[in-house]
Design a protein around this ligand. Structure first.
Ligand code: DX5
Ligand code: ZN
Length: 219
């Protein structure tokens, strides 16, 4: 069954607790946390003060997406009890293998995010060391953008690479995912989809989540 992560980047931060409760009640599998440093991507977003505040008060595991230069500097502060995945960008991690090992040494699952222009085969020599590969289907930094079509081909390529290598990473996708394109995204090879605007900017977020759930169930 496909999984769904709700990205709180598009939530109303004046009502963050209620927005998270909505995602929990609506059947999301993960809360996706976008950590932006104002350098790797233009803006600054959510810091560990926010995730610390959530610790023990959210029933869903966190999928932490670090969009920062020198991501290894931020791993410890996001390795709280509720965190399941800590995902760093291939383009920002200078010593990727070491960083992936470090995340696992903390008892967390690791992940590698790939920008739209990055060839998935750059991960060839670390495939067996990765728990999640995150296909960025928009250029990272902003919610509400449109999905870049070549991302679908990357999902299929990652499926093929997984079969050939015998590795067992989760294939995730982030950016421009809505109920109207979720089926073709799962079809192309995603195990999980992340949606911000598709949930929190919908007229009825609960109904949007129900639509996602109904589609995810088929995969
Ligand atoms: C973008 C972030 C995404 C963002 C996706 O850099 O990594 O997680 O929240 O937003 P939507 O679903 O609005 O494209
Ligand atoms: Zn993200």
């Amino acid at each position: 069954m496909g999984k769904i992560a709700a990205s709180i980047l598009s939530a109303d931060f004046m009502r963050l607790g209620d927005e998270i409760a909505l995602a929990e009640a609506g059947g999301a599998d993960y809360i996706h946390i976008d950590v932006m440093d104002g350098s790797f991507v233009p803006r600054i977003s959510i810091g560990s003060f926010v995730t610390d505040c959530m610790t023990g008060r959210v029933s869903l595991p966190l999928d932490v997406h670090i969009m920062a230069v020198e991501p290894e500097r931020h791993i410890d502060s996001f390795a709280g009890a509720d965190t399941e995945y800590i995902v760093v960008h291939y383009e920002a991690a200078r010593h990727l293998h070491r960083t992936l090992s470090y995340i696992r040494s903390l008892g967390k699952k690791n992940g590698v995010a790939l920008n739209p222009s990055t060839d998935p085969r750059v991960l060839d020599y670390v495939l067996g060391d990765i728990d999640q590969i995150l296909v960025m289907s928009v250029n990272p930094g902003f919610g509400g953008q449109s999905l870049i079509p070549s991302s679908l081909r990357k999902l299929s390529e990652l499926r093929r690479m997984r079969e050939e290598s015998g590795a067992d990473y989760l294939i995730n996708i982030d950016g421009g995912v809505y109920p109207h394109n979720a089926a073709e995204i799962f079809e192309a090879g995603a195990d999980m989809v992340i949606s911000g605007s598709g949930i929190f900017s919908a007229d009825d977020p609960t109904a949007a989540l129900a639509e996602f759930r109904a589609i995810a169930k088929r995969y």
